[in-house]
Write a protein that binds this ligand. Sequence first.
Ligand code: AN7
Length: 354
Amino acid sequence: MHHDQPLIVRFRRFLPVTDATPIVTLGEGNTPLVRAENLPARLGVPDLALYFKLEGLNPTGSFKDRGMTLAVSKALESGALAVICASTGNTSAAAAAFAAKAGLTCHVLLPAGHVALGKLAQAILYGAQVIAIEGNFDVALDMVRALAAGVNATIVNSINPFRLEGQKTAAFEVVDQLGRAPDYLLIPVGNAGNISAYWRGFKAYREAGLAAGVPKMFGFEAEGASAMVRGQPIKEPETVATAIRIGNPASWQEAARAASESGGKVDSVTDQEILEAYRLLARCEGIFCEPSSAASLAGLIKHLKLGTIPPDATVACVLTGNGLKDPNTAMDLVAPDLTAVPPDLRRLREVMGL
Ligand code: AN7
């Protein structure tokens, strides 16, 4: 009921809005929680109740829309004329889209050469001013902090407090869809905002009497960008999962608390584990997510093997972004032979093995 309402309306009582807050919405939220039918048996754990939260079905193709609807609405309420962000891609796409809807100017700083093609195309077509900066995401975010101090532009990175408040709505939906909190919530970690937001959401729902329990929170960094796991910032983070190619997570402390308070963990997965999970999701479940998103399934496979996660648990993996964002990684991974074949039946039968 009311699930086609904007998130800000549907979960109003949990959000910092008033009657004076304009609602900038693109139809975000209310994403499917889909049960895996084939993967549990394939992974040798047939009793696992495994669910995927398909955040790639948001209007701009990632979970960032949940935070951006609130951040841009509040920016508009405060009289801002422009928004600004650094991004590994998805934040910039969401910021550009919501800014377009709100009639605000949008400036984005992207790490040159390390943003997936679809995300770049989105930000440009939504009309943002897109600047590629020599340096990684962490450098771009430092520049945004410095730039915003002197101009009338609202930062819409997750250091904007409204971003995580909006993103916590995903936890509400998981509980509503499952009828209870899962035993385990697995999620990719980049800047560490989303895991923090989910934890806020699960706790708020429990406090409101809408859930009996909370999940153990397991976050997964890419090994080459695993500052939290290593316990120190990484100057030159590297991973195929460009969305989480971040060396100094802004929400490090809150994310660490989410893991420890819930009895979970922040761990890392290798690029190879990420790409294997990425391909498994597509082939076994018909789900095309972006590489970073597959870190959650890669982490599940790792912790099933370690025995940290029991084989009969109820597990929700958050798939944060849509696979179409990053077609190049899919093509590079599979490297299909697309040599043209003449439209000749005998030749086709031969080539197709039919
Ligand atoms: C698909 O867009 O940081 O741990 O600038 O795009 O909350 O940072 C994206 C992050 C996971 C990590 N999955 O979430 C950005 C950006 C996808 C993402 C993450 C991101 P956080």
